[in-house]
Design a protein around this ligand. Structure first.
Ligand SMILES: [Mn+2]
Length: 299
């Protein structure tokens, strides 16, 4: 969590001032923009940054789920490795799953005593096939469902980008450094950005059977994030559940969902407007929220 500490102190140093730039109308210290659930939509990320006129004075917080579903996973992973200091990458459940898949690959390598050249794409391809076969065999024999490379992202990276074990390890190191949430002060309220949901105390009655630990809530909560999570006099910005999905109370036809809890005086945002479904769903969008102004931008 060293990243998080750095980020919090950095926020305190650079609270937006009142002086406006004549060119952009922005405060000199810039704004804090938040996006989520890019899922391999690298072009859309860049198009949004252009749309908001993102500059070195601004900050960007991404609330996790950079890969899977979309077509530009490789571009996203390479970009993640070299983001500038004013961009904070938080962790999503898809990053956590990526880390689990790498663990599985390494477990199979050990079990089969395979010698892997870290820079060889062929060696990784072989290990991938071995792992896939083993998982399929395990699932057939035990009638359990153990998921491996559910979205085919690893397979795509291996066959189309010829990646190696060294690439996977580097990306895993980057993901492991991602904090689960970040918290900063706005003039009116405290703001927490998290992938799915935030709560200050765990366990909370009724949740213990549903989540194994508080991190599980950060990464996977859906309606519970709005009904049980939150902070006093705060604002929670999360993604994870597309507002395109009619199965959840956060359904808002692909627009940002807002919810207010008067008891806690907590304002919630679900900013996952289903960007990765843009090619198949007419009202799927990428949303970007400006924390200081409350402005929402769509693409
Ligand atoms: Mn998610």
């Amino acid at each position: 969590m060293t990243n998080l500490k750095h980020w919090t102190s950095w926020f305190k140093k650079k609270t937006p001032g009142k002086k406006l730039s004549p060119k952009t109308g922005k405060t000199e210290a810039g704004y804090t923009y938040i996006m989520s659930d890019l899922h391999g939509c690298f072009d859309e990320l860049n198009a949004m940054l252009a749309k908001i006129g993102f500059s070195d004075q601004d900050k960007l917080i991404l609330a996790g789920d950079y890969i899977d579903r979309g077509s530009q996973n490789y571009e996203m992973l390479c970009w993640m490795e070299q983001v500038p200091q004013n961009i904070l990458l938080l962790r999503g459940n898809h990053e956590e799953e990526f880390l689990c898949y790498l663990e599985l690959l390494l477990a199979v390598q050990e079990k089969r005593q395979l010698v892997i050249d870290e820079s060889s794409s062929k060696d990784l391809e072989h290990l991938y096939q071995e792992t896939k076969n083993l998982i399929e065999q395990h699932n057939r024999q035990t009638e359990q469902i153990r998921v491996f490379d559910h979205y085919g992202t690893l397979e795509e990276l291996i066959t189309e980008q010829c990646i190696s074990m060294a690439d996977l390890r580097r990306w895993a190191v980057r993901m492991e450094a991602m904090p689960y949430f970040c918290r900063f002060s706005l003039p009116e309220r405290e703001c927490v950005v998290v992938h799915a949901g935030y709560l200050e105390q765990f366990p909370t009655a009724g949740l213990t059977g549903k989540y194994t630990c508080v991190e599980d809530f950060y990464l996977r909560a859906r309606e519970d994030a709005y009904l049980t999570g939150g902070i006093e006099n705060g604002m929670i910005v999360a993604g994870h559940t597309p507002t395109l999905s009619k199965d959840y109370m956060m359904y808002n036809g692909g627009l940002v969902y807002q919810h207010y809890d008067p008891q806690k005086n907590c304002l919630y945002y679900d900013i996952d407007c289903g960007c990765s479904y843009r090619t198949v769903r007419a009202n799927a969008r990428l949303a970007c929220l400006c924390a200081e102004t409350g402005a929402i931008y769509y693409l």
